[in-house]
Design a binder for this molecule. Structure first.
Ligand code: GAF
Length: 384
């Protein structure tokens, strides 16, 4: 049964009504990792892997939410909007933001499920948060701007999931456009769309199927290290507000005052920002070989300087280096597991999947998954 049919039939069975339907995508990020919370640049896109959600009012003060994937219902009152554990936080967190934002909510029922692999770094949580925000805005006719919904999703993540994330994931999921990557300035939120024309090449994700527990604490730690770097540079250059404002020369001048690790983290972020700009130029010139080199450069920085990779991700990237049909590869997202992003020749995809899957199985005893993704539209009401 299709996801949509399943949502409808579960909704009817559990809540006896016909739901309003919303579709919310996961995301990839071509390049620009750990730059978003440093006011920098990123180059993400929404993908054709989705969470589908159904909503209906229930004329009470109670919210009943059913997850198809977890086969579990959770119920909460609009009077009691405190974090719990597990998936419900992504729903409750957004509801809390809407209430705090002064929007008039009443009780509702919701059923959701989808095909974004969980824990793969494809932002299933941002997709869920956006879907909840947009769905409730439509259901209660709140007419909330998409950009405000993006902010509510980010705040939900900070306050209910405990991850001090940047804005990239929810922005890409909400604002995505078919066949276009988004060049986003995470400071001003100015953005432009770039057609992703890969010709004989394509993007392929390899899912390590690992999600190391370090991820959340290390993520928050990296943010702190970047902030420490900014504070030190600021002593000599008072106009600096984030790493976005710091040039390599400024960083060198402040180096003496900095712990070596802080310097290393900041240097990575400054270089990665540069790589986003260079990648946009290479895409505009149809120079996919250059894009491939930049992907490898990003991975090296993430692995060696920012230290957010892991043996499984490094193995998958290293494996591609001698393959003539792969132009570039890198870990994608926060790190410590999840997916690598590979830019490779379409005609070699089958051969690539067979050989890398076998090698990964042999090395780690794990069955890797691969996804051929297409770039898709962002969160919206689903009329199908
Ligand atoms: C995670 C975060 F949620 C994003 O905000 C971003 O920082 C990313 O890691 C790293 O680029 O996905």
């Amino acid at each position: 049964m299709s996801q949509i049919k399943q949502i409808r039939s579960t909704f009817l069975e559990k809540y006896q009504s016909e739901p309003l339907l919303v579709r919310s995508p996961g995301r990839i990020n071509l390049i620009g990792e750990h730059t978003d919370y440093n006011d920098g640049f990123v180059l993400p896109a929404a993908i054709d892997k989705y969470i589908y959600l159904g909503f209906a009012k229930n004329a009470s003060g109670t919210c009943r939410v059913y997850s198809l994937d977890f086969e579990e219902e959770q119920i909460f009152s609009l009077e009691e909007l405190k974090p719990r554990t597990g998936w419900i936080n992504f729903v409750k967190g957004v509801v809390a933001q809407l209430v705090q934002g002064g929007h008039n909510l009443e009780g509702f029922d919701c059923v959701f499920g989808g095909d974004i692999p969980i824990g793969a770094g494809l932002s299933s949580s941002a997709a869920l948060e956006n879907g909840v925000g947009l769905g409730l805005s439509e259901l209660f006719d709140l007419q909330i701007e998409k950009m405000d919904l993006v902010r509510y999703s980010q705040q939900a993540e900070h306050t209910f999931a405990g991850v001090n994330c940047g804005i990239m994931d929810m922005f890409a999921s909400m604002m995505g456009k078919k066949e276009q990557v988004i060049r986003l300035d995470c400071r001003s939120l100015e953005h432009s769309y770039f057609p992703l024309e890969l010709g004989d090449f394509q993007l392929l994700l390899c899912n390590t199927k690992v999600a190391h527990t370090l991820a959340e604490s290390a993520y928050n730690k990296r943010r702190e290290e970047c902030q420490e770097g900014v504070n030190q540079v600021k002593q000599q250059f008072p106009d600096v507000n984030s790493l976005r404002d710091v040039t390599p020369q400024m960083l060198e001048k402040a180096r003496g005052e900095m712990a070596p690790l802080v310097y290393q983290r900041c240097a990575y972020v400054i270089q990665e920002n540069e790589r986003v700009i260079t990648t946009c130029n290479a895409l505009a010139d149809d120079d996919l070989e250059a894009v491939g080199h930049l992907l490898y450069g990003s991975h090296k920085g993430l692995s060696e300087a920012y230290e957010v990779s892991c043996p499984e991700l490094d193995f998958l990237v290293d494996y591609t280096r001698d393959l003539p049909y792969v132009l570039g590869a890198r870990m994608m997202g926060g790190g410590f597991g999840g997916c690598t992003l590979n830019l490779l020749k379409k005609s070699a995809t089958k051969e690539f999947i067979a050989s890398i899957t076998g090698a990964y199985q042999e090395k780690f005893g794990l069955q890797m998954e691969t996804y051929e993704v297409n770039v898709a539209d962002g969160t919206g009401v689903f009329e199908g």
